[in-house]
Design a protein around this ligand. Sequence first.
Ligand code: BGC
Length: 407
Amino acid sequence: MKYVFPKNFYWGAGTSAHQVEGGNVNDWTEWEKEHADELAKNAGGKWQKWQQEKFPEMFDPQNYISGRACEHYSRFEEDFDIAKELGHNAHRFSIEWSRIEPEEGKFDEDEIEHYKRVVGALRERGIEPFVTLWHWTLPLWVAKQGGWASKKTVSDFSRYTEKVASAFGGDIKFWITFNEPNIYAGIGGIKGLQPPGKLGLYGVFSCYKNLARAHKNAYKIIHKINKETQVGFSNSVIYYPSKMLFLYDFIWNKLFIYLTRGCHDFLGLNYYTRGGVKLDTKIGGTENVSDLGWGIYPEGICHIVKSFKKYKLPIYITENGLADAKDEKRAKFITNHLSWLAKAMEGGCDVRGYLHWSFLDNHEFVEMRGFWPRFGLVEVDYKTMRRKIRPSALEYKKIIENNALEI
Ligand code: BGC
C-alpha cells in the first residue's frame, strides 16, 4: 500500500530548550538539585527489572541533573546541519523564558539575539521554525510568585510574549504558545512528580485557567504584531479506545481547546500512546512497548486525529516518538504511525506536518526521568557530546524524500 503526502507537507522533529540546551537556570534546575538523590534511590521501585538492568544510569543521581544537557545552545548550527542532511524542512524548538527575562521586567537582549541566530540558522538551511514560547520551565522569579497558579503570571507571560514576538517581527510563521498544559497540570500539579509540584485541586484549577487566559492573550498579542502568522498550542493527546471514557477524552484531550476557543489557527497534537487499557508492558512483555514501557499503538493516531476534525483547523503532529535506546523499534514506529496518519488524512483530516519527538536524545523531563530514555533520531554521547545519526532517522529520511511511504 502506498501513501502519498500532500505537497508542502512539513517534515521534521522537535526539541525543547531545557531538554537540550544546557546551562539553564530555572525552576526545573532547582527541582533537579533538590530531588536527584531521592529519584536515584527510588528508581528501583519505579521501573521493572528489565528496565533497571538495561539502564543502570537510573540509579545515579547525576542522571537527573540536566546540566550541560546536549550543549545544543552552542552546537545548534552543527545540529541543524544534521537536520538538513536528514531532509527535514521543519523544526520545532522552544525559547527559554528564564534566559530572556532572568529578572522581572529585565530582558536580556543577547539572549534574544541568540534565538534570532537559531531562527536564522534554520532558515539558511531551508528549515521552517515552529517556535514554542513555553515548554514548562519558569524563570525563578515566576516560580517564586506561585508560577501558573498565580494570576500575575498571566500578565508577565503577556509581556514576555510581546517582547519576543516583536523582536522576531514577521519572521515566524508558526507559534506554539504552550506545550501540553494538561501534562504540566496533571503530572506536575496533581501527581507532584515534576514542577510545579502538588498544587491541590484549587491550585491545579487556577493553573489551568491561567494558562488558558495566557494563551488567549498571547494569541491576540502575536496577531497584533503579525496578522499572517499562525498561532496554536501543543496538546498531549491520548487515544481512549472505549467510548465509556468520553469524559476522560474531553478533559484530557479537548478541555484546553474549549477554554481557549476562537484563539487557534491550528492544533498541535502530541501523540504517544493510548490510555484506559492496562499498561501494555504488564500484559504483553517488552515487545510492543518502548523503553519506558509505553504501549506502541500506531492505529491510535488515526482515531485521535479524526476526533479533532470537528474543529475544522489545520493539524500538525508536533510530537510522536518513543524511547528506544537500541533503535530497534523506531523505524517501524515511524512508518506505522505515518501510515495510520495517512489514513486519517484520507478520511478528510487536514494534517499539514509531522514533527517527530525527538530530534536529539535529551534530558527526558516528564516525571523527571533524566537522561536514560533515548528519544532521539540522533544519538548523543553525553561524555563527548558526539552526535550519531540512528538508522531509523535514515528510514525517516527516505519517507521525507519520497513524500510518500509504502508498506
Ligand atoms: C513532552 C516532551 C517529552 C516527551 C516524552 C512530551 O510530553 O512535551 O518534552 O520529552 O513528552 O516524554
